[in-house]
Design a protein around this ligand. Structure first.
Ligand SMILES: NC(=O)c1ccc[n+]([C@@H]2O[C@H](COP(=O)([O-])OP(=O)(O)OC[C@H]3O[C@@H](n4cnc5c(N)ncnc54)[C@H](O)[C@@H]3O)[C@@H](O)[C@H]2O)c1
Ligand SMILES: O=C(O)C(=O)C[C@@H](O)[C@H](O)[C@H](O)COP(=O)(O)O
Ligand SMILES: [Zn+2]
Length: 383
């Protein structure tokens, strides 16, 4: 194995995020001695990784059960959760046994929630395989599923025992999924670490995806990343910085009593897009539009300059991410935004910026202001 970074997450149950290459033997070795069984939760595109991990776990004398779940957002449902519980029940899974989530953010969210709920909580080890899951979903202990009414409406805070980010698996990831992950990296730049923005701005040509524009999953698989050494070096630096931002925030406010809400920058509108589009948009692409929306809202509220709004557009569109959304979908978007977890009663609450690196809350804004921000990001060209 090659370890590039080890980032401690200093919560009350501390753990480490390891970034490197060829980490699967270490994942297998990290399963606690007390465990007899391991449930690996994953999806079909990761089958070869699962097989390799399966062998390594069996070599350690562990009984391995694999739950292959529907891919992407289709796996984050109550039905799939119930399927995983059934697998655990039939395998006589006990409190000393371990769940491993191996996949993108949808899988790590689901696997984390399976672990959080089985016997009221068993250990989970996260092995994220998308950039987005490495920098965000697998870290910090937010786990959950969607319901018919909205995104991530059911879940629990359940921290992992460890997180393993093997950058070699990113070679097989479509370029537009790399770029979707970069949306969350850029989010960390806007809320807390401006150096991230400078690194991305200096490397737009290296990082961008020409086929990411629509944000939709329905636009084919695109080219795979097949990272060269230069891109891998830049990405490794960005992964380390974004994980550090998240680690610092969750160590200070694991259960999102207030500070952690800053990690939700761009998500009020972003989640509304995902819901409205029936999860056919990538999460990172939706968050990209959501950040431009939040920047426009901040500008209208007198908190952010026009140049800072334009910096959002330049970086995100420079990466090939979407920065606009069709007009005339206000009612559906508003319905979804009301179900955001930051809402209190009838009061919509947004994370906005009062300058780069200075996230603040905008509580109960005039609806006309919110609609004006939507107008500012609306694309009125025919679909
Ligand atoms: N819990 C959190 O804090 C948190 C943070 C951010 C996002 N999320 C959640 O994460 C999800 C989005 O995650 P995502 O962007 O990883 O999407 P995803 O999990 O849907 O994965 C995208 C696609 O890439 C495939 N894939 C995964 N790894 C691959 C690899 N190495 N090579 C080739 N294909 C691969 C997947 O099978 C899937 O088809 C959303 O549900 C979002 O809500 C959670
Ligand atoms: O970790 C957090 O806190 C975040 O908000 C990170 C987000 O990027 C992530 O998409 C998260 O799942 C959103 O959570 P939700 O509470 O808005 O459902
Ligand atoms: Zn997110």
């Amino acid at each position: 194995m090659t370890v590039s970074r080890e980032i401690p997450v200093a919560t009350s149950s501390p753990y480490t995020v390891t970034v490197g290459q060829d980490l699967l033997p270490d994942v297998a070795a990290s399963v606690p001695e007390s465990a007899a069984r391991v449930l690996v939760v994953s999806a079909a595109p990761l089958r070869s990784q699962v097989d390799a991990l399966h062998r390594l776990l069996e070599e350690r004398g562990l009984t391995v059960v694999v739950a292959e779940v529907p891919d992407a957002e289709a796996g984050k449902t109550a039905e799939v959760l119930a399927f995983c519980w059934q697998v655990l029940g039939k395998s006589d899974f006990t409190r000393s046994d371990i769940v491993i989530g191996l996949g993108g953010g949808a899988v790590t969210d689901l696997a984390g929630f399976v672990a959080a709920t089985w016997l009221r909580g068993v250990g989970v080890i996260q092995v994220p395989t998308t950039l987005l899951a490495m920098v965000d979903a697998a870290v910090g202990g937010k786990t959950g599923i969607n319901t018919t009414e909205g995104k991530n409406l059911v879940g629990a805070f359940h921290e992992p025992l460890s997180v393993w980010c093997d950058t070699r698996v990113l070679d097989a990831l479509p370029r537009h999924d790399i770029v979707a992950g970069l949306a969350e990296v850029v989010k960390c730049g806007f809320i807390k670490d401006e150096e991230i923005l400078r690194i991305v701005e200096d490397n737009l040509a290296l990082l961008r995806a020409d086929d990411a524009q629509t944000g939709s999953r329905a636009d084919g698989h695109g080219s795979t990343a097949g990272l060269d050494e230069e891109a891998r070096t830049v990405l490794t630096e960005l992964i380390g910085r974004a994980v550090q931002v998240k680690a610092d925030v969750v160590a200070a406010d694991l259960k999102e009593s207030f500070l952690r809400e800053i990690l939700n920058y761009g998500h009020t509108f972003g989640h509304a897009i995902e819901y409205t589009e029936r999860y056919q948009w990538r999460h990172g692409a939706a968050v990209s539009v959501g950040m431009v929306f939040a920047a426009e809202l901040a500008h209208l509220a007198g908190r952010l300059s026009e140049d800072e709004v334009e910096r959002h557009r330049a970086i995100l569109s420079g990466l090939g991410l979407p920065v606009s959304y069709p007009g005339h979908r206000w009612d559906a978007l508003l319905t979804a935004m009301r179900r955001d977890k930051k809402t209190r009663g009838d009061l919509l609450r947004f994370v906005i910026l009062a300058g780069i690196g200075n996230p603040v809350r905008l509580e109960g804004p005039d609806p006309a202001l919110v609609q004006a921000a939507y107008a500012a990001i609306s694309d009125h060209s025919p679909a």
